[in-house]
Design a protein around this ligand. Structure first.
Ligand SMILES: *[C@@H]1O[C@H](CO)[C@@H](O)[C@H](O)[C@H]1NC(C)=O
Ligand SMILES: CC(=O)N[C@H]1CO[C@H](CO)[C@@H](O)[C@@H]1O
Length: 217
């Protein structure tokens, strides 16, 4: 589904209701870090000295819509299916996992992304805690946690960037990542699985970043 389109999200929920009648795990993963409209955004960012260039209001609106606003309304739309998922197991809970980013913790910026990126992810972490508190406080068995990945292979980063982590400081970094490598699919998978199955883990915001944020403010 297109997570920024309410009708598409409703159709997605209807589809899941039709095939399974419940939902156990909801992962809010769709997101982006640069610009949807300007293919030269990153090149311009590298060339700019000024943190305000080439930022546009439209780009901030686009990225907030996808990275922060969509997860809130998706959780709303899937809430009743998540409840049915929780109630399908004795003492069970269902699990929402918001894929945040280690950028949410860091105060440095990178020319590879818009300044808005870390701001949307910090807001997503807050949303995670606000929803976890609200559900928890009302006895609703839906847990909400956030996972903050550091560098992992994805469409957001190039293979050269991932390879360079071992030996080269990326723009904006002050120290090499302690792990000297990017994370693996298995490391991402086991973390997501942990958040999904641990009925006792709620409101956690978990960094899996090879120590990147320990040495880069
Ligand atoms: C960013 O700044 C805040 C406030 O000083 C600090 O608590 C936080 O640790 C900083 N982030 C990192 C990754 O050092
Ligand atoms: C590997 C992975 O899950 N990457 C996703 C991380 O989150 C961003 C949005 O912040 C997505 O664009 C990536 O696909």
């Amino acid at each position: 589904m297109d997570v920024t389109d309410e009708e598409s999200v409703k159709a997605g929920a209807k589809h899941i209701e039709g095939i399974d009648g419940k939902l156990d795990i909801l992962v809010n993963n769709a997101g982006f870090a640069a610009s949807l409209r300007d293919p030269d955004f990153v090149a311009k960012k590298y060339a700019a000295e000024d943190i305000f260039e080439p930022e546009t209001v439209q780009n901030w609106v686009d990225i907030f819509a996808l990275n922060t606003i969509a997860p809130f309304f998706i959780i709303r739309t899937f809430q009743s299916l998540l409840l049915k998922g929780a109630h399908s197991r004795p003492q069970g809970t269902s699990s929402v996992i918001n894929i945040s980013s280690v950028a949410a913790k860091m105060n440095t910026t990178s020319p590879m992304i818009t300044v808005a990126y870390s701001v949307t992810k910090a807001a997503l972490d807050k949303l995670t805690l606000v929803l976890a508190t609200s559900f928890g406080g009302r006895g609703i068995p839906i847990r909400v946690n956030a996972l903050q990945p550091g560098p992992f292979a994805s469409e957001m980063v190039t293979p050269e960037f991932l390879e360079g982590l071992k030996t080269t400081l990326a723009p904006g970094q002050v120290a090499l990542i302690p792990a000297r490598r990017h994370g693996t699919d298995a490391e991402m998978g086991t973390t997501a699985l942990y958040l999904a199955i641990s009925d006792y883990t709620n409101g956690a915001v978990l960094s899996v970043d090879g120590g990147l944020s320990l040495v880069n403010p």
